[in-house]
Design a protein around this ligand. Structure first.
Ligand code: PLP
Length: 419
């Protein structure tokens, strides 16, 4: 490298725009002072943040490497080629598109690649853990397509594969989506493949939540089974906010066209470069250890919360997240979330399967361990976090003392520690 880096410079932000500088510092304080248990969040590395805060943000690069609509793309072409090669290698995929701006954008492109307006799409019901882009009426997926929803069995709270097959045979979907936003267990991709083959459907796996665990080799990969796998890059995978798609070579053209020019304009090249950095990090033995610890921590935290009186939905977790039914503590999900918020433990209320409460109230909470694991916390800290959550929910009047305990825990395991 012959040019010194010219990038994020906090002093210039502070002097140009003190209000926004305050927000940036305030957010850093929030991250350092509290415990982040939102299952879809993580703490990206300084290397990822450096790529994000770089001059690559300036570049227009509509098109794909070597086939751009703008000149001057020789550097960003290299970044995108590296990101594509790393994604293919890490996931054993035949083709990768690293341009989707987000998980929702990746999913829009997947629909665009395979479906026409009005086509039937079979996906997990929102109320049972599916995502907005899996057929919600307030989303393009429910407005422009004909969603049919499957769910979990009431007795086991595990995906009801018999029902998925029955619905597929009845409705003959053009596409079946496996993957969810609040499902803590492994998904049987082979079962979904068999059902898709039986009815001639495309199998899309929305791996937004768990792709980082696939990268870390701690849960099975959907790539050998799916026609297309979409995902976000900012959850367990610990990259920049963004989306990505891997697919079979036969679908490469359709997928690329569906991303650009169908649903997006110029790619965010700073983000593409940051995705490349995250993929490099995710291919290391350290990251594999991290991914294994994320899962161990989720299990430990779920067990700890069960000891505090909550009911673990489906009886456990195989991933980075768990769903807890909080009704045994005589609170709603919204109340539990609020009481944890008051002691700087951030988590979200969540509907549980067959939840009698409306979504804004909910009977459960969702917890996830990507961020706390990045901070270096392990099973012992998860046991302590579970005790703090239990106390915060049961005894809201102790918020001051509990917050002090949270501070002690985060001081010992800081987010973005000062080294
Ligand atoms: N798919 C699933 C399963 C998700 O959980 C999410 C977000 O949480 C998305 C897609 C959408 O990702 P984004 O928020 O980046 O659009």
């Amino acid at each position: 490298m012959n040019t010194p880096f010219w990038g994020p410079d906090f002093d210039s932000l502070a002097s140009t725009d003190p209000e926004i500088a305050d927000v940036v510092l305030g957010e850093l304080d929030r991250l350092r002072g509290g415990i982040q248990l939102i299952a879809s969040e993580n703490l990206a590395s300084p290397a990822v943040l450096a790529a994000l805060g770089s001059t690559l943000s300036n570049k227009y690069a509509e098109g794909y490497p070597g086939r751009r609509y703008y000149g001057g793309c020789e550097q960003v072409d290299v970044a995108e080629e590296i990101a594509i090669a790393r994604a293919k290698e890490l996931f054993g995929a035949e083709h990768a598109n690293v341009q989707p701006h987000s998980g929702a954008s990746a999913n829009l492109a997947a629909y665009a690649a395979f479906c026409a307006p009005g086509d039937v799409v079979l996906a997990m019901d929102l109320k049972q853990g599916g995502h907005l882009t899996h057929g919600s009426r307030v989303n393009f997926s429910g407005r422009w397509f004909s969603p049919v929803g499957y769910g979990v069995r009431q007795d086991t709270e595990l995906i009801d594969y018999d029902r998925v097959r029955d619905l597929a045979l009845e409705h003959r979907p053009r596409m079946i989506i496996a993957g969810a936003t609040a499902y803590p267990r492994l998904i049987d991709f082979a079962a979904f493949r068999a059902i898709a083959d039986e009815v001639g459907a495309i199998l899309m796996v929305d791996a937004a939540h768990f792709i980082g665990l696939v990268a870390g080799r701690v849960i099975p990969s959907p790539v050998p089974f799916a026609d297309i796998v979409t995902f976000t890059t900012h959850k367990v995978l610990r990259g920049p906010r963004g989306g990505m798609i891997v697919c079979r070579a036969e679908h490469a053209k359709a997928v690329d066209k569906a991303v650009f020019p169908f649903s997006q304009g110029g790619p965010l090249m700073h983000s593409v470069a940051a995705k490349a950095v995250a993929l490099k990090e995710a291919a290391t033995p350290e990251y594999r250890d991290y991914a294994a610890q994320v899962v161990a921590n989720a299990a430990a935290l779920a067990m700890g919360l069960a000891a505090e009186g909550m009911r673990v939905v489906s009886g456990g977790t195989d991933t980075h997240l768990a769903l807890l039914d909080v009704r045994p503590l005589n609170v709603t999900g919204a109340e539990a979330e609020g009481r944890c918020d008051a002691v700087t433990i951030t988590l979200n209320k969540n509907a549980i399967p067959f939840d009698p409460a409306p979504p804004a109230v909910a009977s459960g909470i969702r917890i996830g361990t990507p961020s706390v694991t990045t901070q270096g916390m392990a099973e012992a800290e998860m046991a302590e976090v579970a005790r703090l959550i239990g106390r915060a929910v049961r005894e809201p009047d102790d918020a001051g003392e509990i917050t002090a305990s949270v501070r002690r825990l985060t001081a010992a395991n800081p987010a973005y520690g000062r080294d």
